[in-house]
Design a protein around this ligand. Structure first.
Ligand code: 5AD
Ligand code: FES
Length: 365
């Protein structure tokens, strides 16, 4: 009864209290869960429509100077064979994404702050922009950098940037990162990205050890305060060669199910609260269940990031265990995902940038 009342109010566009948001995230009853997802889907339909946008993700290097305790490609993980694509390889994959009519590409890698890498990215962004006549959107996801570097890449032609805050709780942040990885720096980077004119996307991991529903609601309110255009968030999944993964141990089927549902609930509540933004159905959802990403779309997400990396490199870019599509090639993923999206009655926004309505409203002010 209480849940359906909250959902009624949500649908009518009323602002929900912190306690009500906690209540939504705490749902366990099957019917109530479905009602939550349906409510989020109705809001998605109304605010952004039912077109799913593809962002071809190019995972161009797993070399990383950071040492986050949860991440499989952290600097101290000796078990990882490191790779880095050269400029031509990155360019080739972006052109593939363009020809496949993906609205945009995302260049992602471990974090590096050396000038050689920075200028390589700058050159390749320029080349992609020129070769695709500015039609392929270029998103970067290359971690923390100085404002000057963000500006160089922006001037080269990138227009969106993804940098997760991971958790908006500074104490949790400190627990999952080494001492020299500062929460404040992450926040300053997000502000710098905004100042340099990017569309900024951020997000968190759900299901971190010790994270509460109240923390997740705070995360949501953080995203709202940031007035972001894009959100990418996903469930935390242990990686066995990391300090956190050693403690948490691989998930049992029961834990996988639980992590998936928490991920879906968070997407749904994000759609309810933030309404007209782009929300990505994280690949991590599919690591927990094969149809995880489609379920994400049905709970309010409207963006999917298919991998366009060459198969040889894919297994080496393993942020967490059971990462999907590591044996598939790019065409296979395109076909497979398109079919699955059709299967849930949605269409793919081929050839469109697919900016969030929120971005237009914000910049028209
Ligand atoms: N489980 C889920 N997500 C992870 N990431 C890194 N490691 C993991 C993990 N073990 C996410 C982080 C990072 C993004 C690129 O991948 O949120 O920002
Ligand atoms: Fe990659 Fe289906 S999404 S093969």
């Amino acid at each position: 009864m209480r849940i359906s009342k909250i959902l009624e109010r949500a649908k009518a566009g009323e602002q929900l209290s912190t306690q009500e948001l906690v209540d939504l995230l705490s749902i366990t009853d099957k019917n109530e869960l479905q009602a939550l997802y349906d409510c989020a889907y109705a809001i998605k339909e109304r605010e952004v429509g039912t077109v799913a946008y593809f962002r071809g993700i190019i995972e161009c290097s797993n070399i990383c100077i950071k040492d986050c305790y949860y991440c499989g490609i952290r600097k101290s993980n000796r078990a990882v064979e490191r790779f880095e694509m050269d400029e031509d390889e990155i360019f080739k994959e972006a052109v593939w994404a363009y020809k496949a009519e993906y609205g945009s590409c995302v260049i992602q890698s471990g974090e590096r702050q050396d000038e050689e890498y920075i200028s390589m990215i700058e050159r390749v962004v320029k080349r992609i922009r020129e070769a695709t006549h500015g039609k392929l959107g270029i998103t970067l996801s290359l971690g923390e950098q100085s404002e000057a570097v963000y500006r160089r890449w922006r001037e080269a032609g990138a227009h969106r940037y993804l940098l997760r805050i991971e958790t908006s709780n500074p104490e949790l942040y400190a627990k999952f990162h080494p001492k020299d990885h500062l929460f404040e720096t992450r926040k300053e980077c997000l502000a710098a990205l905004r100042r340099t004119g990017y569309q900024v996307g951020t997000g968190v991991m759900m299901g971190l050890p010790g994270q509460t529903m109240e923390d997740l609601v705070e995360d949501l309110l953080f995203l709202k305060r940031m007035d972001v255009d894009m959100v990418g968030m996903g469930p935390y999944i242990p990686h066995s060669d990391t300090p956190m993964g050693q403690e948490v141990r691989p998930y049992t089927d029961e834990q996988k199910k639980h992590a998936l549902v928490l991920g879906l609930k968070m997407i749904a509540v994000t759609r309810i609260v933030l309404k007209d933004i782009n929300i990505a159905a994280a690949t991590a959802l599919q690591a927990l269940e094969y149809t995880g990403r489609e379920q994400g779309l049905l709970c309010g997400a409207n963006v999917i990031m298919p991998n366009v990396t060459e198969t040889d490199y894919r297994p080496k870019y393993k942020l967490y265990d059971d990462k999907p599509c590591t044996d598939e090639n790019s065409s296979l993923c395109r076909g497979c995902l398109s079919k699955r999206i059709k299967g849930i009655g949605e269409t793919v926004g081929f050839g469109e940038w697919g900016d969030a309505p929120h971005f237009y409203k914000r910049t028209a002010k």
